[in-house]
Structures are given as C-alpha cells and as structure tokens.
Write a protein that binds this ligand. Structure first.
Ligand SMILES: [Zn+2]
Ligand SMILES: [Zn+2]
Length: 88
C-alpha cells in the first residue's frame, strides 16, 4: 500500500490517457519521482527548467513521465551543497 501525504496530488498520478489505475508499476514510479521532487523542496530546491529533472514542475501525469527520480547537474550540485548525496 502506498501512503501519500495529504498535500500530494494523488489524482495527478492517474489522470491521463497513458495509464490505468491498475498500472501499478507506472503509478509507483510516478509516486517515486514526485516524492523525490517534494523532498528536494524540503532542502530548499526550487523548480528546475530541465524537463527530465525530478525538480521540474509537473502539472500533468504525462509531464511526470518525462522526468526521472534523479536530479540534473545543477540540482545535483545544490543537493551536494546541502551536504546530501543524490540518493535521498
Ligand atoms: Zn515543486
Ligand atoms: Zn534540475
């Protein structure tokens, strides 16, 4: 069972034409990517213009699918400057 925080846009994980609610693997990947995104905010990262970076703002599930759970070079530098590695 995946437990999402109250502020998590859970409906955004399924509201698209590319995944059905039964596509558990895709939903879990989206949850992972967006969890990394929100954790990035907790250490001070802001939204990133690089569309493949976890810190890129996603307004639709299709945009989440373009990202990975990792950071771009600039965001990775900020994570390291915060004293953390790239694996949150
Ligand atoms: Zn954000
Ligand atoms: Zn970035």
């Amino acid at each position: 069972m995946v437990v999402l925080p109250w502020w998590f846009p859970a409906t955004a994980l399924t509201r698209d034409s590319t995944a059905c609610p039964e596509d558990r693997g895709l939903l879990l990947l989206r949850a992972q990517v967006e969890s990394v995104h929100e954790l990035g905010h907790t250490i001070g990262l802001i939204h990133c213009p690089e569309y493949t970076c976890a810190m890129h703002a996603s307004r639709a599930a299709e945009e989440i699918d373009l990202k990975g759970p990792g950071f771009c070079g600039e965001c990775d530098k900020a994570v390291r400057a915060a004293g953390l590695g790239t694996r949150l």
